[in-house]
Write a protein that binds this ligand. Structure first.
Ligand code: FDA
Length: 303
């Protein structure tokens, strides 16, 4: 119930204004977001790389309804990739892109605009020596996102995508994507989805995660295990013995565990969000864990 309300608020302009305008929100946001500008993302990347962790960087924004905003997002990624290259941080880095931030949600030509914009980012990533992963948003975008993935992979075979264990369709998608060279990030899923398309029960989502993970680990692609769940991390360690794969976690979440995994020699990639449009991302993090909400409410009521 609380999760549903927070996820509804994540898409409400009114709730957005109320949260964004509260000056006390900032301290809590800082725990999950690396900063507002390119140099902040570069600084966070430097610290993570120095501690043995890899990064995937997200310029925050989603549900863009304006072509100029979509172009601005592309420019932000191009600037970021060039800054990473200048600092010697681009090789091995990845950028995560939400297609709705580069035009997918625009009426009429949205799919085509998102494909063209994602292609520009892929070209910049190639030039810098980095990779690109397409984030997955709500289920109404899944087909479009996987189509764009297929188009991009013809020219940039290292472009990856995310699949969400809470969707009924995902086991099939995992089979389709477990092919040579295919980078696949498996997560549980962070949006408010109806029972017609998604498992509602947490234990069912977890079971489907493991089913999908088995398929990815048995396939020829490159699995990216995106979860903070200790049980899933342990199972991935067992299933992935003797093969290439990586763990992924979000910036600011279980940082000690991230360091432990990196120190034992496994690839640990951290998803680093930055930018001023942090609202939707932040609300999804609150929805995931009551303790985060309690932390937020405490910060709002105490000085
Ligand atoms: P779960 O939420 O069940 O948590 C398991 C345990 O992890 C908790 O008990 C707690 O210990 C810890 N934990 C989890 N969340 C925490 C938090 N917010 N704060 C503190 N501790 C926490 N989703 C999506 O729909 N599309 C996408 O493209 C992506 N991309 C993505 C990239 C990466 C790198 C990650 C790690 C995650 C995503 N997600 C995502 C989000 C994902 O779907 C999911 O919502 C979160 O990862 C939380 O799920 P867990 O697997 O961590 O398990």
């Amino acid at each position: 119930m609380l999760r549903t309300s927070l996820l509804a608020a994540a898409r409400s302009p009114l709730a957005r204004k109320a949260v964004e305008r509260n000056p006390l929100t900032r301290s809590v946001v800082n725990r999950f977001v690396a900063g507002a500008h390119t140099p902040d993302a570069v600084t966070a990347t430097r610290a993570l790389v120095d501690s043995g962790r890899a990064v995937t960087i997200d310029y925050l924004g989603e549900d863009t309804t304006d072509v100029a905003d979509a172009t601005h997002t592309v420019d932000a990624y191009v600037t970021l990739l060039s800054a990473l290259a200048d600092q010697g941080l681009a090789a091995g880095a990845d950028v995560s892109v939400k297609l709705s931030a580069v035009g997918q949600a625009l009426p009429g030509e949205g799919h085509k605009i998102a494909l063209e914009n994602a292609r520009l980012i892929a070209e910049a990533a190639k030039g810098a020596g980095a990779t690109l992963t397409l984030d997955m948003e709500d289920h109404t975008t899944t087909d479009s996102t996987l189509d764009i993935l297929g188009e991009l992979r013809q020219d940039f075979p290292w472009v990856g995508a995310v699949i969400q264990a809470y969707l009924h369709r995902t086991l099939g998608d995992a089979h389709d994507l477990a092919v040579a060279g295919s980078r696949v990030r498996l997560c549980k899923g962070a949006y408010n989805e109806p029972a017609s398309v998604a498992y509602q029960d947490k234990s069912e989502v977890d079971r489907n995660y493991i089913r999908c993970l088995r398929v990815l680990m048995a396939g020829d692609g490159y699995p990216m295990v995106a979860s903070h769940d200790p049980r899933i991390i342990a199972i991935a360690g067992e299933l992935g013995k003797g093969r290439d794969f990586e763990y992924q976690m979000l910036y600011g979440i279980r940082p000690q565990e991230q360091e432990i995994i990196a120190r034992r020699g496994d690839t640990m990639r951290v998803y680093v969000p930055y930018g001023v449009q942090w609202y939707g991302y932040f609300m999804r993090r609150l929805a995931e864990r009551p303790a985060n909400l309690a932390f937020f409410l405490r910060a709002m009521t105490t000085r």
